[in-house]
Design a protein. Sequence first.
Length: 398
Amino acid sequence: MLVRKGVVFENWARTFKCSPELYLEAESEEDVYEAITLARQRGKRIRVVGSGHSPSDLACTSEYMLNIDRLNKVISVSDGQNRIISVQAGMKLHQLNKALAVRGWAMPNLGSISEQSISGAISTGTHGTGIDYGILATVITSLTLITSDGISHTLTAESSPDYFHAALCSLGCLGVITRVSICAVPAFRLACTASPMPFDEVMEKWDEVVSGGEHARFWWFPNTDQCTVVKMDKTDEPISKTSSWFKQTFLGYYAYEFSLYLSTFFPGMTPFLNRKHFSIFFSKPSRTVDDSVNVFNFDCLFRQLVTEWAIDVKQAPEALRQLKEFIDTTPGVIAHSPVEVRFVKGDDIWLSPAQGRDTCYIGIIIYLPYGKAVKHKKYWAAYEKIMMDLGGRPHWAK
């Protein structure tokens, strides 16, 4: 185990950083045991870190920080038709996706990125979209963790249901997860259709939008009355996709970031930018076919602040109407595009934001062009009040 002092940890968005007293890098489960024992003997708290992709300060600590990036190996693969793969907990989702692909398998659902570690993703309730699909943790069949007393526990829903459902989304507070077993599915392709639709029509056709695709989501563009409804369904069609470097990269990344940077000096530009962003990139229908991971994942652009709350799917239209009214009627509010809306099946995981109810996740964003701060507290406070008043629950990593 590598032990270092003087390490400064900073998350991906560079929104938080910390200087842990000791920075420990584990290469084996034995190293994890030693790190926990060391912390216990010295009366220190220990915090596990993986990719640091949360824009929050969730991973930060002034005491001991344990990095498990090197715990990234496949442990075992099942024979037969149940498609169970066991991996070390530090494996990144993109590494897992590759390990599954070579076997003709895939994750049944994914979020927008695959940079997180598998243990970090499940411990924070990371999710994709699809009203018949749960958060990522629902595909875990067993997990092993080492608790603060140095004892290793392997948990399943059958052998220890309470501990298992507590550990599946535990923010690292029950112990250090060292391995997980995942139930994969045969590899598949998705046909992804994106269609513009007025905001009011989305609200009127809510049930149809929620269940209109196997994996459905939509983006609403603040300062407009427009949304883009995205439906993803399994298909056997050949891969078919179009890409324009000028449109997607030059305009969609470089020009967009520069425009957002200018708007920090002239905030009145923001509504215009939101309207143009929709007009250029999302005002026309589109359709692509690709392997599932390439459809689930997409480029989330540059540094950003995000917050996302989970709300009962039946309450979500009211939350969105209130948020739209606030943005439309409150002078000086900066709201970047888009507001992302996704859907998840309810579960029985104790700390899951989707526990006990089919859930709609509503996420808002403020970009930090070239790292420049953007005023967002009024927007954030109004959004969080709306969500709290309607029974919302925060995403643990946002």
